[in-house]
Unconditional design. Sequence first.
Length: 253
Amino acid sequence: MKKYQKFLFADLDDTLFQSREKCGDSDALRPAAFLKDGSPISYSTERQRAFIAFAQDGMTMIPATARNLNAFGRVDLPFESWAVLDYGGVVLQPGGALDQHWHAHMQGAMQAALPGLRELAALIDAWAERTGFAGRARLIEDFDTPFYLVVKDVDKIAARLVPIETEVVAPWIAAGGHDYFIHRNGNNLAILPNALNKAHAVQYVIERLREQHGDILTFGMGDSRSDARFMAACDYAIVPPRTQLAGLTLEAL
């Protein structure tokens, strides 16, 4: 039987670790990601660590995350190959160097999307001023490149984001035919250009891996609806239970 080199593209937050609140009554928690001041913000369970050990025994793990370079650097997991950051806006080569070819491609696409992101951010902030909503639209940038907007409720009450999505963002996209889409998962409302997609970056990395290793076997793992796109680019998909994506697929059945 032919032997394939195996690669697992894995989302991070809510897939390999999560906030303390989402861990429930799980025992033996271990800090997995940290704030800038060094305090832990996310934890892995014993089962998650067992899965990571299982995956590393025969597979190369490649993160596919919304985190930027700074936030990714505060993740305490052993990644040694490629990395996909910023929802696919950034690709790091093994060793951590920025993939310049992908970066040049994304810079052009994101500069074209920037005026729309700024326009929408102003609309969201004006709505927040009128209604007393404490959060504001934040433009996420990395490597001097703007990528997407994110809005969070300061009290982590996700329901407060619903009117922003339905009264501001969705009508703006529908009215102008803008080339953007909404990603919503818990207390995280993100508005991304259609050109920004983990699936595009994962496919790019898969092609580079095939150039190096020939035919390979790939796995995709993620928790949210938006992760389904890059998971579909892989040979097999892994869905953690009790997640947004599990609710739409496995649990729905």
